[in-house]
Design a binder for this molecule. Structure first.
Ligand SMILES: [Zn+2]
Length: 396
């Protein structure tokens, strides 16, 4: 396998593993899960600023709900089915949408409240053939940075535009210079009337064009409840992976009895926008690893700074440096031990740690650290300044 394939990197950098008896499942190790958490926190801050409220919905839901949503008929082959103690059929959620509609439906919604926006890091399971699995890129269990917007028809294009702006900004900040866009249209297996599909496909195209995006068309590749825009990133080998998605849905709100009170007092159906910036969090980690060849940017690195005392005599000062950097919100490891300093530098480099804070006798005496970066460049900084200097390299 290529050394820069995410599967090789994942094992060399001790990020995660998979095993034959659990096809398509990921065991995240501490360093891999640290990357995952950084991405979650990053997107969580963004969503909150854009007016999304974070929610959490059940992983296992009854057959009756999946029947009403249409998943039982159109998507059952991809669902893991389970039975409860009383013999009731249940299914692991393959997506979070029906759960979010349950929250929307609690309470009377007025047109003035719309759009209502929910976000969830939803843990989803899809029962796909074990032979189709591929590292982090194709799995049976994955977490989506899922979100649903309930809005009026006249708000849909603007809401989808806000999402496209967010995705565009996030991908650029993560080091991607471009992405491809495809409009996936009505599949053979679908719910809803043709006029609804005409309307939804036209609005998606309008939202994309309004943001200056050109796109290809993938006929028949939409979800059963609505068409979607797919945002595709390429890995180092030129293989393309669908990451972000935005879908416009006129079907599920009606099937699941969602409604709001219109200005004239009547009940109206909201439309539902489904979207995810990363798509599968695990897949996105895989794409990021390959994009950066394992040398992740400072703010994404699972371990950002290795503190290395030159000798035992600087042990106390090294501990103080660790405390200061940790207190500034950085992810710090202690790189002491019996190895020589050059060996510890090599070990930190191989572990993908972008910065070493080297402390010898002079640093301890002056209250400074020597910062050594991946490219071998070094600089000396006052300890308080070093903490502030490193902490600002995070995007807000
Ligand atoms: Zn959804």
């Amino acid at each position: 396998m290529d050394d820069l394939d995410h599967r090789s990197l994942g094992s060399r950098l001790e990020l995660y593993h998979q095993q034959d008896d659990a096809p398509g499942m990921v065991f995240w190790h501490p360093r891999g899960y640290a990357i995952y958490r950084v991405l979650e926190d990053y997107i969580r801050r963004r969503m909150r600023r854009l007016g999304y409220a974070e929610v959490r919905t059940p992983m296992v839901l009854p057959r009756a709900l999946w029947e009403r949503s249409g998943h039982w008929e159109k998507f059952r082959d991809n669902m893991f089915l389970v039975e409860d103690e009383d013999g009731r059929e249940m299914a692991l959620k393959p997506m979070s949408c029906p759960g979010h509609v349950q929250i929307f439906n609690k309470g009377l919604r007025s047109w003035r409240e719309l759009p209502i926006r929910y976000a969830e890091f939803g843990q989803c399971h899809r029962n796909e053939p074990s032979g189709a699995m591929h590292g982090l890129m194709r799995t049976r269990a994955f977490e989506q940075d899922d979100a649903h917007v309930f809005c009026r028809e006249d708000q849909a294009v603007e809401e989808m535009g806000r999402f496209i702006d967010l995705l565009d900004e996030v991908y650029a900040e993560l080091g991607f210079t471009g992405y491809e866009v495809a409009l996936a249209t009505r599949p053979d297996q679908r719910a809803g009337a043709d006029e609804q599909w005409d309307w939804a496909e036209a609005r998606l195209a309008e939202a994309a064009r309004a943001r200056g995006l050109s796109f290809s068309v993938k006929p028949g590749e939409g979800a059963f409840y609505g068409p979607k825009l797919e945002f595709i990133l390429r890995d180092r080998l030129g293989r393309s992976w669908q990451c972000g998605t935005v879908q416009l849905d006129c079907v599920l709100p009606g099937r699941l009895d969602a409604s709001y009170v219109a200005p004239d007092g009547s009940r109206a159906l909201p439309v539902m926008i489904h979207h995810a910036v990363f798509g599968s969090m695990g897949r996105f980690v895989g794409v990021l690893l390959e994009q950066h060849g394992g040398a992740l940017p400072f703010w994404l690195a699972p371990e950002q700074v290795a503190v290395a005392p030159v000798s035992d005599r600087q042990g106390d000062y090294a501990r103080h440096v660790w405390d200061m950097l940790d207190g500034a919100g950085l992810r710090v490891v202690m790189q002491d031990g019996n190895e020589t300093l050059p060996r510890r530098i090599v070990a930190s480099h191989e572990a993908g740690i972008p910065v070493m804070a080297i402390v010898g006798g002079r640093e301890a005496a002056d209250n400074t650290v020597t910062l050594r970066r991946r490219d071998g460049s070094q600089s000396v900084a006052k300890l308080e300044e070093a903490a502030a200097l490193l902490a600002v390299t995070r995007p807000s």
